[in-house]
Design a protein around this ligand. Structure first.
Ligand code: HEC
Ligand code: HEC
Ligand code: HEC
Ligand code: HEC
Ligand code: HEC
Length: 218
């Protein structure tokens, strides 16, 4: 029902906009995009720390960008490859070790409150044993980028052609919290596909990439 209505509206607008496009030659943009959108996340996960300082490759966590339409958000289990052993920032662990030595006692266990949320998501307690009182539930990450349903976007051809993540997502490795860097408008897609200077970015401009309506719209 809803789908059928969508298509009718889409076709009507499509006809109008193809006329508009013919005149405005790619300058066109719809108002009200979400550029700059930066929702708070349930765990204060930092790309600046992980992808920047620690230099964990984007594809280690977003392997989908090579294999499927969606880049994907890693499951909590993947975080545990490191956070089984790293339970708090190194500086805090070192400070506690030094204090304990001075006071001639055993260092206390430090668990970061942010990482405790990760453990809770997996139904684990601070010593990483199953906690029967906690039901595991996936971390409810909030989506940052979101194209309308009538647009088809696939990461694969882009990753395959060597377009850098940053060409579209900006300097994520410098972001404490991810924000939408680009407009994600149709003009933005087309600028790069046409290889205009507006697309100048690490990925560069590309000519002769599709501008065929049906490749991006159902
Ligand atoms: C250690 C794992 C990890 C690494 C490495 C990593 N990411 Fe992420 N990424 C995440 C998680 C978890 C989220 C969801 C939470 C958030 O938005 O911060 C995410 C979210 C994102 C989003 C927003 C998705 C949305 O909701 O629209 C983008 C874009 C992104 N990452 C790009 C990158 C890029 C580019 C790199 C490399 C420079 C990278 N990531 C490295 C784990 C990682
Ligand atoms: C050509 C532009 C472009 C490139 C290159 C690109 N992305 Fe994206 N990415 C997008 C768009 C557009 C969306 C929103 C898709 C949607 O809403 O359907 C998105 C969504 C995402 C998301 C959240 C939704 C999902 O697909 O799971 C993540 C995470 C992400 N990108 C990570 C990456 C990473 C990591 C790389 C590099 C390996 C990368 N992207 C390369 C344009 C790009
Ligand atoms: C390659 C190893 C690695 C992976 C994978 C990894 N982390 Fe980390 N993470 C670290 C290290 C190391 C630190 C501590 C750095 C420091 O000393 O401050 C850290 C710190 C953090 C912190 C900050 C804790 C605090 O209190 O300051 C959070 C939150 C976090 N990670 C969440 C995640 C999440 C969520 C994932 C999975 C999406 C993840 N990490 C994947 C290595 C990793
Ligand atoms: C930074 C440059 C850049 C941006 C921005 C960009 N693309 Fe692309 N796109 C490319 C390149 C390069 C290719 C690969 C062409 C090839 O393999 O020959 C491609 C390929 C594609 C393909 C496959 C075309 C085919 O014929 O198989 C589709 C579909 C597509 N892009 C859709 C989009 C959509 C939708 C957006 C905007 C949300 C977008 N692209 C934004 C550079 C870009
Ligand atoms: C490279 C990918 C790409 C190509 C090719 C493309 N579009 Fe789009 N189109 C998009 C994206 C992305 C949006 C969403 C823009 C936004 O949300 O601001 C969009 C939005 C639209 C809308 C706006 C609907 C609305 O009301 O929000 C119409 C209509 C449309 N496109 C028609 C066309 C027509 C007609 C063609 C062929 C001349 C075409 N598109 C070619 C990517 C593309």
């Amino acid at each position: 029902m809803i789908k059928g209505k969508h298509i009718t509206v889409f076709l009507l607008v499509a006809v109008a906009l193809s006329l508009l496009l013919a005149f405005s030659a790619g300058e066109f943009r719809l108002p009200g995009n979400d550029q700059g959108y930066e929702p708070p996340q349930p765990i204060a996960f930092s790309h600046r720390l992980h992808a920047g300082e620690l230099e964990v490759p984007c594809l280690y966590c977003h392997s989908g960008a090579r294999k499927s339409r969606n880049a994907g958000i890693p499951p909590a289990q993947l975080c545990m490859n490191c956070h089984k052993s790293v339970q708090a920032p190194f500086a805090q662990v070192r400070a506690e070790a030094a204090a304990a030595e001075k006071e001639k006692r055993k260092p206390g266990k430090i668990v970061s409150p942010e990482l405790r949320k990760l453990y809770t998501a997996l139904g684990l307690d601070d010593s990483l044993s199953k906690d029967p009182s906690v039901t595991p539930a996936p971390v409810a990450w909030r989506r940052v980028h979101n194209l309308p349903d009538f647009v088809y976007f696939d990461h694969r051809p882009h990753t395959g052609a060597g377009v850098a993540c940053q060409a579209c997502h900006g300097p994520v490795e410098a972001m404490e919290r991810v924000r939408q860097h680009s407009t994600l408008t149709m003009g933005w897609c087309l600028d790069c596909h046409r290889g205009t200077p507006a697309a100048a970015a690490p990925g560069g401009g590309h000519s002769h990439v599709t501008t065929d309506c049906s490749r991006c719209h159902y």
